[in-house]
Design a protein around this ligand. Structure first.
Ligand SMILES: [Zn+2]
Length: 300
């Protein structure tokens, strides 16, 4: 077993008695101390935390409220189907709940319920004299990227805090240097060129944190660069969205990102002031999916 890897119970929550807020470091007392479920209880479908791992920490009221606000619409959107009504899974109670939640949560982007937050883009173009083109694209409800990466950052901070937590002093640690998110992708595109290249690049890195919980509706992992103070991280929310990035020293992360190139988009037309390109989404088959694979090599 890797010496930096601790084992936590898989069948219940771990509760920290930290005396400072995990997210901002503020000293906690009285009214300002709240309990935070790091994976929000309503972030995954109902009942998914029965006898499964979660992390409960103390946090200040402001950080707890900020995180709950991020979780609300992000949960509803990550539970929602694609534009054709497809889900990435066949968990019927979860699908039923997703429908209800889409009525009740407001998209921060459209200010409308998630169920009415599909986005349509209309494009009018011309392929030449007399050949006009009208195209409408519909996309599923979207999460604002900065909000998604902020929620990811808070979840990752709490897991890092857990790994570095000292019971005697009741405090945990924070990673140094920066936070470098790379990409968020819906399940239809988990096999895109960047995701595939990243999986290859990090394949030999040691796991530092690995968690699959809530019946697979929440996944998280971090792995450490072989020589640098750089970690790669990945999260999967509600079997639909994956987020990936790095924290720690930036240059080793940048070197890897520089090797990852999205495939070139297809061009429908390109004229001065008017162009239309699209990129085909690439699904990932189970056999090629190693992102959250716990390899025995690491555990020996
Ligand atoms: Zn705080």
């Amino acid at each position: 077993m890797n010496q930096d890897m601790r084992t936590f119970p898989a069948n219940r929550a771990v509760v920290l008695k930290n005396i400072r807020c995990v997210y901002c470091g503020e000293m906690l007392s009285g009214l300002n101390r709240t309990k935070d479920h790091v994976i929000g209880r309503r972030f995954v479908p109902k009942g998914k935390f029965n006898a499964q791992f979660n992390l409960i920490v103390n946090a200040c009221r402001a950080c707890n409220n900020k995180k709950a606000d991020l979780e609300d619409d992000i949960a509803a959107i990550t539970l929602a189907p694609d534009v054709t009504g497809r889900h990435s899974h066949d968990d019927l109670p979860a699908i039923e709940e997703a429908r209800r939640r889409a009525e009740n949560s407001i998209s921060r982007r459209t200010r409308k319920p998630i169920s009415q937050s599909r986005e349509t883009v209309n494009l009018n173009g011309s392929l030449g004299p007399g050949i006009n083109l009208k195209i409408a694209f519909t996309s599923p409800p979207q999460i604002e990227l900065p909000r998604a990466f902020e929620l990811a950052r808070l979840q990752l901070m709490a897991f890092f805090y857990l790994q570095t937590y000292k019971t005697e002093s009741q405090v945990g640690g924070y990673w140094l240097h920066g936070y470098h998110p790379v990409q968020m992708v819906r399940w239809e595109d988990w096999g895109n060129a960047v995701m595939r290249q990243l999986m290859t690049e990090i394949n030999d890195w040691d796991f530092r944190f690995h968690c699959i919980t809530a019946d697979g509706f929440f996944k998280a992992m971090t792995r450490k660069h072989p020589t640098a103070e750089t970690w790669v991280w990945a999260l999967e929310w509600n079997r639909s969205h994956r987020l990936i990035g790095f924290f720690g020293e930036r240059d080793p992360a940048q070197a890897i990102v520089d090797k990852c190139r999205m495939t070139r988009p297809v061009t429908i037309f390109e004229q001065p002031n008017q162009s239309l390109h699209y990129r085909v989404e690439t699904p990932l088959s189970g056999d090629d999916d190693t992102l959250f694979d716990w390899t025995e090599k690491v555990a020996t």
